[in-house]
Design a protein around this ligand. Structure first.
Ligand code: SF4
Length: 305
């Protein structure tokens, strides 16, 4: 296991934005968060992939802030507006243990990248007695150096692979280097976990690559899948092809294609390509493309340990 930098938030380069700001002095970079641990929601969650949610739920910890800030983000009240409650490191540790004691199948850190050193410290203390897998549920815009802090601490990586095209990544997430960074990230994740494994229908370890099909971007989705199948052994991973895109959060975006839902043709042709490539995994029904599938964070107060 690698040792942690003393405090990588003093000149923060935790994600590929490499803002270099001193978050310990209250400064913020693109993610919008100081070193203060801000959390929007801690609860069992049933809407993840079946082997993650199972029958008892995935123990999710939704962090406030995000370094990607996609223009169609469905969780913008927490990712951009920073809704959340401040926790100490010890309070988060206790909250994770309480969540585990509720019987969830795993602990699922959602958009955790900008808090990696804190989470890694907690996991170093509790991982050996946690008894359930740890899931790292992130946007795929990760630095390999930061991921290495998690070696031996994370069992299941659940990264997005959003774009193959740098132009789309620039237009929708202001991150033209997204495809390159996501490529490095999923390669590192697979190196750490090895092949995807399930026990009794529940994920135990491995990489599940998520891809949200965007309206008007079908060809890019096909390229994402082809790329993933080139860089990772298809038989060793799972893909989760999502159709939950809803335009409700992007009506002010200057791209008309984002003002509608994904069509049946767009979604089914992406699924067909996954099958052709030998990629196994998960899909979503049409009913997923509604605001109802977006957790309502407004007014949400995470339970205090
Ligand atoms: S984690 Fe935040 S402050 Fe640090 S490099 Fe990324 S966006 Fe910038």
């Amino acid at each position: 296991m690698n040792s942690l930098p003393k405090n990588s938030m003093t000149a923060c380069t935790l994600c590929p934005r490499r803002c270099g700001v001193d978050r310990t002095a209250g400064k913020v970079g693109v993610c919008g968060m100081t070193e203060e641990l801000r959390i929007a929601r801690i609860s069992p969650h049933m809407w993840e992939e079946p082997p993650i949610s199972g029958t008892k739920g995935s123990g999710t910890v939704f962090f406030s802030g995000c370094s990607l800030r996609c223009i169609f983000c469905q969780n913008r009240v927490i990712s951009r507006e920073g809704l959340g409650t401040v926790y100490t490191e010890a309070e988060l540790e206790n909250a994770i243990l309480l969540l585990r004691d509720q019987g969830v199948h795993n602990i699922n850190f959602v958009t955790p990248t900008h808090y990696t050193p804190i989470i890694a410290r907690i996991l170093k203390r509790i991982k050996s007695t946690l008894g359930i897998p740890v899931v790292w549920n992130c946007g795929g815009y990760e630095s390999v150096e930061t991921l290495r802090m998690l070696e031996g601490l994370v069992d299941i990586y659940l990264p997005d692979f959003k774009y193959f095209s740098s132009d789309l990544a620039r237009d929708y997430s202001s991150a033209p280097d997204y495809p390159a960074r996501a490529t490095e990230a999923v390669t590192e994740m697979y190196r750490q976990t090895g092949a995807y494994t399930e026990e009794n229908g529940l994920a135990r370890k491995g990489v599940i690559v998520r891809h949200l099909v965007l309206p008007g971007c079908r060809k890019d989705s096909l390229e994402v899948l082809r790329h993933v199948a080139r860089i990772l052994p298809p038989e060793d991973i799972r893909v989760s092809i999502m159709r939950q895109y809803t335009p409700d959060f992007a009506m002010d975006a200057p791209y008309k294609n984002l003002h509608r839902r994904v069509t049946d043709f767009e979604y089914s042709s992406v699924l067909e390509e996954a099958e052709r490539l030998g990629l196994k995994g998960f899909s979503q029904g049409k009913e997923a493309a509604t605001k109802a599938y977006t957790p309502d964070f407004a007014g949400e107060k995470p339970p205090r340990p």
